[in-house]
Design a protein. Structure first.
Length: 144
């Protein structure tokens, strides 16, 4: 069995954003030479996510609105006033940690015939919930 490891780096200029990283993952797969196996893609930061879904702008806007309702941004730290205890540390990103938990840390995609074995419309996305700094995504491919 062979393995291939590659890091992808992102710096989203806004606080939040979604980036289709399928082309970068496909390039890593091609570089690996692996034809049959598994491809793990995971965010290596606790306020970012990797997930699989459709590359459709309206859906991404729906995610943004839904996530903001679930875990609204609030720089405050007083839980009695709706703030987050985590923000007492001097951070303002408690909501980003919660959004990452909902969207997930990683995905695993089967590799068949040297290609990512997706269902219809599936693509891999990097989700950023506390941007404006460099963060990495690990791509680990194992197989033959």
């Amino acid at each position: 069995m062979k393995s291939h490891r590659q890091e992808l780096w992102f710096e989203i200029p806004a606080r939040r954003g979604f980036v289709n990283i399928t082309p970068q993952v496909e390039a890593a797969l091609a570089a690996s030479g692996i034809r049959e196996g598994l491809c793990l893609v995971n965010a290596m930061h606790i306020t970012a996510s990797v997930f699989v879904n459709d590359d459709e702008r309206g859906l991404h806007e729906d995610y943004e609105r839904w996530l903001e309702r679930l875990a609204p941004f609030d720089a405050g730290s007083d839980p009695a006033r709706g703030g987050y205890r985590h923000n007492r540390t001097g951070e303002d990103n408690a909501d980003a940690h919660l959004k990452r938990q909902v969207m997930g840390r990683e995905v695993v995609v089967a590799v068949t015939g040297g290609r990512l074995d997706f269902g219809p419309w599936e693509q891999i996305f990097y989700g950023e919930f506390d941007g404006r700094r460099r963060k990495r995504v690990l791509v680990k491919i194992i197989g033959e």
